[in-house]
Design a protein around this ligand. Structure first.
Ligand code: 3PG
Length: 213
């Protein structure tokens, strides 16, 4: 498995971040690192994404920083130049996937139907995002799709929290879960980085317990 995917699998959780202000990037990264979850998928839903990826990657080299909500090739280039180690898209965009593969960039496209998984398999992808996880059928849907596509594993995101994280991680077709519950915009904007650290710690504990370690 790709070294970055091994790290993702080991962590078990990928915090999905929406940052409105670059000033929050460093304190947020610090809180996640201190909470034992040195990872962030910084989404290109705001103008602060690119610079936030740069700040986190440069100031927290121990952190695994990727880009989420990547919808264009220009965003792929900007994310990677800023230090992103992986690219996540909500859906399966063949143009983005093929571009990333041609540049040897790790890409996790969203796939919630067998037809989308088939396109990923055709391109040799082993891990895809499953978004929006809860709304699209959750673990039952993942298990059903993994039955024919035995070579594929999933990173579900959307509607996952401390309440259902352990259920998802109990499925061996899931390498990690993405989620925003520990890095909610309201917490970031209120400067509640201690709370974010605590929620990250809680997530780490759930991962440990669910894996029996
Ligand atoms: C994503 O982009 O992966 C989701 O918006 C995260 O979903 P959540 O906010 O329900 O965790």
């Amino acid at each position: 498995m790709h070294e970055v995917l091994e790290q993702v699998a080991k962590l078990g959780v990928v915090p999905v971040v929406v940052l409105n202000d670059v000033k929050d990037a460093a304190p947020l990264a610090k809180a996640l690192c201190e909470g034992g979850l040195p990872c962030a998928e910084v989404t290109f839903r705001t103008a602060a994404a690119e610079e936030s990826i740069r700040i986190m990657s440069e100031q927290f080299p121990e952190m695994l920083v990727g880009a989420g909500t990547v919808l264009t090739i220009d965003q792929v280039d900007r994310a990677v130049a800023a230090g992103a180690k992986f690219i996540v898209s909500p859906g399966f965009d063949p143009e983005i996937v093929d571009y990333c593969l041609s540049k040897d960039i790790l890409v996790l496209p969203g796939c919630i139907t067998p037809s989308e998984v088939a396109q990923a398999v055709k391109r040799g992808l082993k891990i895809v995002k499953f978004f929006p996880a809860e709304q699209a059928g959750g673990i039952a849907m993942i298990k059903a799709m993994a039955a024919p596509y035995t070579m594929v594993k999933f990173m579900p995101t959307g509607g996952i929290s401390a309440k259902n994280l352990a259920d998802y991680l109990s499925c061996d077709k899931i390498i990690a879960c993405g989620g925003s519950w520990m890095v909610k915009g309201s917490l970031v904007e209120a400067g509640e980085f201690d709370k974010i650290r605590e929620l990250a710690q809680e997530a780490v504990e759930i991962v440990k317990e669910s894996r029996g370690k």
